[in-house]
Design a binder for this molecule. Structure first.
Ligand SMILES: Nc1ncnc2c1ncn2[C@@H]1O[C@H](COP(=O)(O)OP(=O)(O)OP(=O)(O)O)[C@@H](O)[C@H]1O
Ligand SMILES: [Mg+2]
Length: 301
């Protein structure tokens, strides 16, 4: 596969916000892309840049494998002041007259409440689904929980209210779900080679990164949700339904093939991603699904 070099492509003036690294807009093969540059690694001081570009790419590719609409992603290089950087290009899904509005903005419409748009308390989010009128409640609820399950698989800790949303068609006043975007905080972007090796050989370290961290950005009673605890508790019917919907659509062979074909990453990195995904699926999703099936059978007997 030849490496895509984004350095000399035509630029657009479109700007993108977000706290995780530089971004520019370019045209590649006639389409507009947001290029995301690797941010400095903050959590791991032994690492100069985080792996979040690979996380973005793989997270989005996994969403695509599962069949959930997601932004297009490509990996390539970009040279800044003689330094070659690996970047991820995210297909810009907006158009003139079709803008992205995040869930935080929808939550801000709840003007009679004290909820703030960026607050991620689960009960407030679910209440917003009921009270809003911009989009079909079932469609909204299903997307939220489908994302919750896939984010549990890929270990995404940052699906805050600004990291999912809607496409607003100004001419018709219609609102639809936007493709999934920003998966840059999944798949352990701060793990360096030493951590990867440790996790691959030490079960305790592995389990810590499955059951304890990363947590979800969503909170219950002010505390960030631990994916395993929440999903295996079967406490939310919509979450249970999403598990049943999504799990049969996860094809690990397909996901491993995507990882295998990913450019720039080392064999160790490939092994690490495959193992984490295999174990997260098995220990969080398969485990919860099995007890859910048991509970369903008990109920129907
Ligand atoms: N594919 C896309 N098409 C159009 N706009 C996008 C796309 N992806 C992201 N955006 C916009 O650009 C902003 C920044 O992108 P993104 O969320 O990926 O960056 P980030 O720095 O990782 O964000 P965060 O602060 O959540 O970590 C988003 O909040 C959204 O408004
Ligand atoms: Mg973001």
């Amino acid at each position: 596969m030849s490496v895509i070099d984004f350095t000399t492509l035509p630029r657009k003036n479109k700007m993108y916000a977000g706290a995780n690294g530089g971004k520019i807009s370019v045209i590649y093969e006639g389409e507009q892309y947001m290029l995301k540059f690797p941010p400095q690694s903050v959590r791991n001081r032994d690492m100069s840049y985080s792996n979040s570009c690979f996380s973005e790419y793989l997270g989005c590719q996994i969403y695509a494998c599962i069949g959930i609409p997601v932004q297009k992603t490509l990996l390539g290089i970009y040279t800044v002041k003689d330094v070659e950087k690996i970047v991820v290009a995210c297909g810009d899904f907006t158009e003139p007259g079709i803008t992205l509005q995040d869930f935080a903005s929808l939550k801000n419409q709840m003007i009679d409440s004290e909820r703030n748009g960026y607050g991620t308390e689960l009960s407030d989010i679910l209440l917003t689904f009921e009270e809003q009128t911009a989009i079909d409640q079932k469609v909204l609820t299903e997307r939220f929980w489908d994302m919750f399950i896939v984010d549990a698989l890929i270990g995404n800790w940052d699906r805050h209210n600004g990291n999912w949303g809607f496409l607003y068609h100004a001419h018709t006043d219609q609102m639809e779900l936007a493709p999934v975007f920003d998966c840059g905080s999944s798949l352990y972007p701060q793990a360096d080679e030493k951590i990867m090796e440790t996790v691959l050989t030490d079960e305790k370290e592995l389990n810590f990164r499955i059951f304890e961290i990363p947590t979800s950005a969503i909170m219950v009673n002010g505390k960030k949700i631990k994916y395993f605890d929440f999903i295996s508790s079967l406490q939310n019917e919509d979450c249970n339904r999403a598990l049943k919907r999504i799990l049969p659509r996860i094809d690990m062979a397909k996901i491993y093939a995507v990882i295998d074909d990913t450019p720039f990453i080392s064999d160790l990195q490939k092994k690490f991603y495959m193992k984490m995904l295999e174990k997260r699926k098995e220990k969080i999703l398969d485990f919860s699904f099995a007890i859910l099936e048991k509970a369903d059978t008990r109920q129907s007997n």
